[in-house]
Ligand binder design. Structure first.
Ligand code: FAD
Ligand code: UDP
Length: 400
């Protein structure tokens, strides 16, 4: 059993994963060793165990499952996200259907305010934002479009994260909302970052102030960790937590390895280190019921050292007389959280990818192993596809 059930005051059950749990029989062999118990590793393990009937050992160096999506109760009994706010959104009904095998859902539409010119205004920039900042009196999409068109600076070829924003809303709004935030978050100027980074945040001429436009905007009703418990709680799956796979890869023989950690680390950094951006999280519980109006407030200005503050009860719907928050301080050192989308990094990744492609007994899946700035749903999709390829080639091998 993996789970010690812990009853919350509102009767929702939240699991606490036991610390390092070595398999009962040492030197047991497995069909597959899965490195990493995040979305990539957990989806692979679940599919391999339930669909292919394989014996799987999941190893994670952290003392818990769920990877960066890990949530837990803090000392105040408030469900918080250890590695920053994780909001689930997707356009894929298939991915929702798959995850619904392991969780119920709580509807949640994410809204974010940004502190700009000493006031809080909605981001993504939309008509309400423009009216609030400029007292522009824009009442239709067309008026907002025309207002932005007078400010936008056409860029012949949109390549960088600066180009994306300046060509849509002009330099002034770019500087207010994007330049400082991006410099803090990534440690480089937006003009040195691939366009895909700031293109994650749309510009709208209507008054839709939701952060995401996706069809499905839902949170696992009892949290991510509870969902991962259900994915991994299977007789074919053993879990080894708090252990680096390098220390156990020989002790537990396996036919196949699924690797979801950093690909450059796997290959001993032989072509050099792939750059990742990290964060330091400052968690705090306040003796007041609420701090802010919405779950996340962004602080784009460079004079503030953090990028955003998250208040968890907005995300989870939990009730408490106290409130827990997290400030995110970007950092060059620490756990690798974000691959940095730049051409030269992609070139370096391609060299590692070529090695990975030549492997027959190792599969690379996940944000760190494929060096892609992917959201949770994209990682689930990537892992389901990787499993299908694995199952397909395995049945071919058996047929030969
Ligand atoms: P991870 O969750 O990083 O899992 C990899 C695991 O491998 C880790 O647990 C690690 O400990 C383990 N590992 C690595 N090396 C070793 C080793 N040598 N031995 C053993 N174990 C090892 N996505 C969204 O959809 N919505 C959001 O709101 C959102 N917010 C985010 C906020 C932040 C601050 C961050 C950093 C990411 C956010 N994401 C969000 C992205 C989301 O976290 C990822 O898409 C997803 O968690 C990736 O899953 P993964 O399994 O690839 O990687
Ligand atoms: N961004 C910004 N200002 C904001 C919000 C986002 O400059 O108020 C930029 C920044 O570069 C950030 C990127 O857009 O890294 C993507 O934002 P998102 O909220 O998707 O980041 P994540 O949640 O993945 O950290």
């Amino acid at each position: 059993t993996l789970v010690e059930a812990h009853l919350l005051t509102d009767n929702r059950v939240h699991p606490i994963v036991s610390p390092t749990r070595w398999p009962a029989e040492p030197a047991k062999s497995y069909d597959v060793m899965v490195v990493g118990a995040g979305f990539a590793g957990a989806v692979m393990a679940e599919r391999l165990a339930t669909q292919s009937g394989l014996k799987v050992l999941v190893v994670d160096k952290r003392p818990h499952i769920a990877g960066n999506a890990y949530d837990r109760l803090d000392d105040a009994g408030i469900l918080m996200h250890q590695y920053g706010p994780h909001i689930f959104h997707t356009n894929s009904a298939d991915i929702v259907d798959y995850l619904s095998n392991f969780t119920d859902w709580h509807p949640y539409e994410h809204r974010v305010l940004a502190q700009v010119d000493d006031r809080l205004v909605p981001i993504p920039i939309n008509r309400t934002t423009l009216n609030a900042l400029y007292d522009a009196g824009l009442s239709t999409d067309e008026e907002a479009d025309a207002f932005l068109a007078t400010r936008a600076e056409p860029v012949p070829i949109v390549r960088t994260s600066e180009d994306v924003v300046v060509s849509a809303v002009g330099r002034e709004l770019y500087e207010k909302f994007f330049r400082g935030y991006t410099r803090k978050q990534w440690g480089v100027d937006p003009s040195d970052l691939d366009k895909s980074v700031t293109a994650r945040v749309p510009t709208r001429t209507n008054t839709d102030d939701r952060y995401f436009g996706d069809k499905f905007q839902i949170m696992p009703a009892q949290g991510y960790t509870a969902m991962f418990e259900n994915m991994l709680d299977h007789p074919n799956i053993d879990l080894l937590l708090g252990v680096d796979y390098k220390d156990v890869r020989d002790a537990y023989p396996h036919d196949h390895l699924v690797f979801t950690g950093p690909i450059d680390e796997y290959y001993g950094y032989r072509f050099g280190k792939l750059p990742y951006r990290s964060l330091r999280f400052e968690h705090e519980t306040l003796d007041q019921e609420w701090l802010q109006e919405v779950a996340v407030v962004n602080y784009p200005h460079e004079s503030v050292p953090y990028t955003r503050i998250t208040e968890y009860k907005h995300l989870t719907g939990q009730a408490s007389p106290r409130t827990s928050i997290t400030r995110e301080y970007p950092s060059a050192v620490g756990d690798p959280y974000y691959p940095i989308p730049r051409d030269e990094n992609q070139e370096l990744y391609k060299r590692y990818e070529a090695l990975a492609r030549a492997e027959t007994d190792t599969t690379f899946v996940g944000r760190l192993a494929t060096y892609r700035y992917y959201n949770m749903d994209q990682i689930v999709g990537q892992a389901l596809a990787a499993y299908r390829r694995f199952a397909g080639s395995n049945s071919e091998r058996r047929a030969v």
